[in-house]
Ligand binder design. Structure first.
Ligand SMILES: NC(=O)c1ccc[n+]([C@@H]2O[C@H](COP(=O)([O-])OP(=O)(O)OC[C@H]3O[C@@H](n4cnc5c(N)ncnc54)[C@H](O)[C@@H]3O)[C@@H](O)[C@H]2O)c1
Length: 440
């Protein structure tokens, strides 16, 4: 099938590559000429396990092409995916300008039936807005004869395992009431639906809300556990024991109940906020979501508070080694990352940071440029040299079993702040390292 994907980001690039891998003929369109040029030369703009080979192989096979030419894109695909960003607007609601810009482009250049698929995370009612905009432009073009469908098909991939998630999705949500669109989407996704039925067809608004409900549920689990962790700290309990104690209940489960330094990334913070705003617009007070958000904002400051207290507020002139810049392991994405809140607070207090991350160093350089109080090192050991403390912010696998003797040797003072509870407190006591973690 001929498919066009607008937006070559985490979602669009992975989706395009995976669809090409099963044999679809995919054209990816982006407004960023540098990105398109690099992709044509086989350079992948993001780090995502397995993506590089997938993109190169399918590009070489001629099934995956990249362009800035929107007209070529519109003409190419029977299916037109919208996978552009939906960043928070000033008031926190999802900014739909990029989604609607793609809808307009499609409407201006289409000359046959198109199925337009909202893959971006968009508020309930967006498909209706997209339909209305397309109909208006077709009417202005005197092309009311052209038919189209707008489908909601939210994406559930996780950064860090995006390729695997798209190759073997847990579920494929298709929001449409059009029989034609349903049939086309079933055909498109048939290669991913062989093992067992994963397609769930529903009305458009339910599909749009499903995406927000999923992310908000996960964010709620995290904020709940962070609240339990703070309580455990005050009450003299160990949240890691509590976590295992409740996770063993199948109604609760072990997933997503790790306490930590707060959730980040391009999705949870913005989607929780956007759903709160959606509720506000209909005068509905989303009390749980508001609590989830404010708990997370507070949690992102928790590591800094522990560091501040340890050093009695005397952070000016101190050097802090920081392991982990990305918002979670296996990605270079630093959007809304807890590391950023922490570094900015440390700088504000006059400390400097020596950081290491397996993948996000270039991204850190891009965001912060060169500043005197941030040094990026090529190994986790080098980042320790002469620092007054080590802070672990992201649970990269390579941080899980470090050589504690090296850490002690390299640091001025043997103290670790662990935002991910990677180590046994008893082991660190034996090593005579002062150890702060979350909720223990
Ligand atoms: N990143 C994730 O893990 C994830 C997961 C599920 C859903 N989503 C949702 O998917 C959407 C995209 O997220 P992302 O992380 O891939 O975004 P991204 O910022 O990585 O990529 C968006 C891309 O769209 C391009 N773009 C903007 N306007 C365009 C236009 N008019 N035509 C063509 N390209 C255009 C940008 O240049 C950019 O390359 C968002 O709504 C997000 O909430 C993201």
């Amino acid at each position: 099938m001929r498919v066009t994907v607008f937006g070559i980001g985490y979602v669009g690039l992975v989706q395009g590559a995976v669809l090409a891998e099963v044999g679809h003929d995919v054209v990816c369109v982006d407004v960023d000429p540098g990105k398109v040029e690099r992709l044509k030369q086989g350079q992948i703009p993001i780090y995502e396990p397995g993506l590089e080979n997938l993109v190169r192989d399918n590009h070489a096979a001629g099934r995956l092409n990249f362009t800035t030419d929107a007209v070529t894109g519109v003409r190419h695909g029977e299916v037109q995916f919208i996978a552009v960003g939906t960043p928070p607007d000033e008031d926190g609601s999802a900014d739909l300008q990029y989604v609607l810009a793609v809808a307009e482009t499609v409407a201006e250049h289409m000359d046959s039936h198109k199925t337009i698929v909202d893959k971006s995370t968009v508020p309930v009612g967006t498909a209706d807005k997209v339909s209305a905009r397309i109909a208006e432009i077709l009417a202005n073009r005197d092309r009311d004869d052209l038919a189209f469908d707008v489908v909601s098909n939210p994406e559930f991939l996780k950064e860090g395992s995006a390729v695997a998630d798209c190759m073997k999705p847990d579920r494929i949500i298709i929001g449409t009431t059009s029989a034609r669109a349903e049939e086309l989407m079933r055909e498109l996704y048939a290669p991913f639906n062989r093992n067992h039925e994963k397609i769930i067809v529903m009305d458009v608004r339910s599909a749009e809300l499903t995406k927000y409900a999923a992310n908000c549920m996960l964010a709620t689990k995290i904020s709940f556990m962070n609240e339990m962790a703070s309580l455990a700290e005050q009450l003299g309990a160990d949240i890691e024991m509590v976590r295992q104690g409740i996770g063993s209940d199948p109604r609760i489960g072990y997933h997503f109940i790790y306490p930590g330094a707060g959730y980040g990334g391009s999705c949870f913070p913005k989607d929780v906020q956007a759903l709160i705003r959606t509720a506000d617009h209909i005068d509905f007070d989303a009390k749980v979501l508001k609590a989830v958000e404010s708990r997370n904002d507070e949690q992102k400051t928790s590591l800094f508070k522990k560091i501040y207290k340890h050093f009695n507020g005397q952070l000016a002139g101190k050097t802090i080694a920081l392991w982990g810049l990305s918002f979670k392991p296996n990605t270079d994405d630093m959007r809304e990352a807890p590391s950023r809140v922490l570094m900015e607070a440390l700088w504000q207090a006059g400390a400097s940071v020596q950081a290491y991350d397996p993948e996000a160093m270039e991204e850190a350089q891009r965001i912060y440029g060169s500043r005197d109080d941030l040094a990026l090192y090529g190994t986790k050991e080098a980042a320790l040299r002469g620092a007054d403390a080590l802070v672990i912010v992201t649970e990269w696998p390579s941080f899980k079993a470090p050589d504690f003797d090296v850490i002690k040797e390299q640091l001025q003072q043997p103290v670790i702040f662990d935002g991910r509870n990677l180590f046994e407190p008893k082991r660190l006591r034996q090593k005579e390292i002062k150890y702060y973690s979350i909720g223990r």
